[in-house]
Design a protein around this ligand. Structure first.
Ligand SMILES: [Zn+2]
Length: 554
């Protein structure tokens, strides 16, 4: 059990952090003994615990006593830990002197940012940054695109876990992995342009013609587009008048082809509720280009067919992020079209602000999936896990990680298929390592001319399937994360010195089960070394029953 001492203004961050690192913990009580004390309140009060993790940048009585004062604070630094980078966004300090941990250092100067000391049977690790300020930053502002590839929040959890294990103390947790799978993948599709016929000679059509003919020719000349694709695009452009006359098939109105492409896997479609409304920004009207050429009612038959095929239909919001009344209206419009209440939302163009989660949950949404990047792919919140934004009471945020337009648009990453693969696969590797839900957005018309990004998507699906993730709808993934959040631990020390941990889980049957994981402690006489890899054993948490795990503490 971890006892936590934190600043009162960080209590909400602490609570959310320990939903993501799901391990037994509580705010420190005077009458309790803890194996691990996580102290991040700016003090260093002497409390009994086998391991004290002292996070913070201010000088404490402990530092003065040890005569090792932290350096002047620095901002926007990067830690190096066992070969991995952990960007820091708030103050961080170096802690110099003998015995400093060489395995946690500033990437640029090589100075140590942590050190461990043993005295009177306990270990104290002094760490020169403020864990909960870092977590707050990740869950609110999110990381700048330059650090998008780094699952920073997951690495903070991994580093904390490693210190505990390295100190000879086991860690019990419920990892973010659905039983039977190493991670989750949420396949999603924003429906921005579901039909060519909704566009007469507007900017979308002109853009299509330009990219299909001139853009494709330039790409083909540069060897970035096969000639067969150029032929397909030019022939699609020539067909355009006949599509409008009704003499040729509408090759954008094929988004339900995803049902065949994703056969056997669930996916989620986000549809726009209203036509012709660009919506608003915080400063006034949004650009007119943001207005949709269709409303959900225009494609109601196809949407209902998607739902019958097992797909989820959510709202692709216009002003929902800005106003809870509008959010209710947009939710009702989509629910009416599908005939079932809609649980989820993702904003068109990823419009969002800090108060959006509160407005959306007031309108009845259970989750949002907007938090991601337009211009790149990766982990804006530094995590693969659905989390509760600090302004929300119930609603979970399912972060968006991979969007097709970010990979291939000339104004964004502008990658070839090969380069896009080397950008995306490391994100999949991180999902395999940390668990959580990798969320992908492939737009409706991305499998049609002139984008022709369908082959890349098929290859990506094959690669994902090979790694055996769970492929639920977004709402099912959220139900799983809610189930994990609802699980409770009980720990009790036995007469033989071992500790019994009990996990209680009432979410029987709806979604895959939970796993109880114990990381076995490292036994070492040398200096404390937090290494990335830990050994663990897993036990399934039984549905609606208690699962026990006996853990022996040193
Ligand atoms: Zn959109």
């Amino acid at each position: 059990m971890i006892g936590v001492l934190a600043k009162p203004e960080d209590y909400n961050v602490v609570r959310e952090f320990f939903e993501l690192f799901k391990t037994p913990w509580e705010f420190c009580r005077r009458d309790r003994h803890y194996d691990v004390l996580l102290q991040a309140d700016g003090t260093s009060n002497d409390r009994p615990a086998a391991l004290v993790l002292l996070y913070g940048t201010e000088t404490t009585a402990f530092d003065e006593h040890r005569k090792r004062l932290p350096s002047a604070p620095r901002r926007n630094t990067t830690l190096l830990w066992d070969g991995d980078s952990i960007p820091l966004y708030d103050n961080a300090v170096a802690i110099a002197g003998d015995g400093a941990a060489r395995d946690v250092t500033f990437a640029d100067t090589g100075e140590s940012v942590a050190y461990a000391t043993h005295s009177r049977g306990r270990t104290i690790v002094r760490i020169g940054y403020d864990l909960f300020r870092e977590i707050r930053y990740l869950l609110t502002a999110g990381q700048p695109p330059i650090h998008a590839a780094i699952p920073t929040l997951e690495r903070h959890i991994a580093l904390l876990r490693s210190w505990i294990v390295a100190a000879g103390i086991p860690v019990v947790e419920i990892p973010p992995t659905p039983a039977g799978h190493p991670f989750t993948v949420c396949l999603t599709h924003d429906l921005d342009h579901p039909s060519l016929r909704f566009h007469r000679f507007d900017r979308t059509t002109l853009g299509f013609l330009y990219r299909a003919v001139i853009g494709s020719a330039i790409k083909a000349c540069r060897g970035r587009l096969p000639l067969s694709a150029l032929r397909r695009n030019v022939s699609a452009a020539l067909k355009l008048p006949f599509v409008h006359l009704g003499w040729a098939g509408d090759f954008w109105l094929e988004f339900d082809r995803y049902l065949q492409i994703e056969k056997g896997l669930a996916s989620t479609f986000f549809v726009i509720p209203v036509k012709g409304d660009p919506g608003r920004t915080l400063d006034g009207p949004a650009p007119s280009l943001r207005a949709s050429a269709y409303a959900v009612s225009d494609i109601a038959d196809r949407i209902r067919a998607l739902a019958r095929g097992g797909s989820e239909v959510g709202v692709h919001g216009i002003d929902a992020w800005l106003d809870s009344g509008q959010a209710s209206g947009e939710r009702e419009a989509v629910s009416r079209a599908t005939g079932t209440p809609t649980a989820g939302v993702r904003m068109h163009w990823l419009y969002f602000d800090a108060q959006s989660p509160a407005r959306l949950e007031q309108a009845g949404f259970a989750y949002d999936s907007t938090f991601g990047y337009n211009e790149t792919v990766g982990f804006r919140a530094g995590t693969l896990q659905a989390f509760k934004p600090l302004t929300a009471k119930q609603l979970l945020e399912l972060p968006l990680h991979v969007m097709d337009t970010a990979l291939f648009y000339p104004s964004h990453l502008d990658l070839t298929a090969e380069a896009a693969k080397t950008k995306v696969l490391p994100l999949v590797d991180e999902a395999e390592q940390h668990g959580g839900a990798l969320t992908i957005n492939w737009h409706d018309r991305s499998i049609a001319p002139e984008r022709l990004w369908g082959d890349f998507y098929l290859d990506l699906l094959d690669e994902l399937k090979r790694r055996n993730p769970w492929f639920p709808t977004a709402a099912q993934a959220i139900a799983w994360f809610q189930r994990r959040r609802a699980a409770r631990f009980e720990t009790s020390r036995q007469s033989d010195g071992s500790v019994r941990t009990r996990a209680c889980d009432d979410g029987a049957g709806v979604v895959p089960g939970l796993t109880l994981r114990m990381h076995t402690p490292k036994v070492s006489d040398g200096p404390l070394r937090a290494t990335r890899r830990t050994e663990y054993i897993d036990a399934p948490v039984a549905d609606s029953a208690d699962t026990h795990m006996a853990v022996s503490y040193p």
